[in-house]
Design a protein. Structure first.
Length: 137
């Protein structure tokens, strides 16, 4: 458990309620999550590891959800920080916790927008143009 300068608690031992997480995604206007079923997403979060969250009291203000094979390969599926809490270092704290938990993995992948490259490069991620294929509904 870590507390940031803005009094947000970073945790890797608490799975939020799916409705809380989906409400956070809604505040970010994420179209990709608008269709998600809360029951299915709850199961997805419970199957994810690591799952790192940021809380202001009882309010979920950040989440990073990862899918990993347990040894070598991990995929960062979601990183979401509440718009009211962006620019305060919370995303960096969450990612740093995730990367500590994934220490020893040789491949950590993610999909991100071009406007977020600079953020991810701070953590050692590199753009591999043309290397990603995606089948998305």
């Amino acid at each position: 458990m870590t507390e940031t300068a803005v009094r947000v608690e970073i945790r890797d031992d608490r799975v939020p309620d799916a409705k809380e997480a989906l409400a956070l995604f809604d505040r970010l206007n994420w179209a990709k999550t608008a269709h998600r079923n809360a029951e299915r997403f709850q199961a997805a979060m419970e199957s994810s590891w690591p799952l790192v969250t940021a809380w202001e009291g009882a309010r979920l203000v950040g989440i990073c959800r990862v899918i990993a094979d347990g040894q070598y390969t991990a995929y960062i599926s979601d990183l979401a920080i509440d718009p009211d809490f962006q620019g305060k270092g919370i995303g960096a704290e969450v990612v740093e916790r995730v990367l500590r938990l994934l220490e020893g993995y040789d491949t950590i992948a993610l999909i991100t927008g071009v406007d977020k490259y600079e953020f991810w490069e701070k953590f050692g991620f590199t753009n591999f143009p043309g290397a990603m294929m995606l089948r998305h509904w």
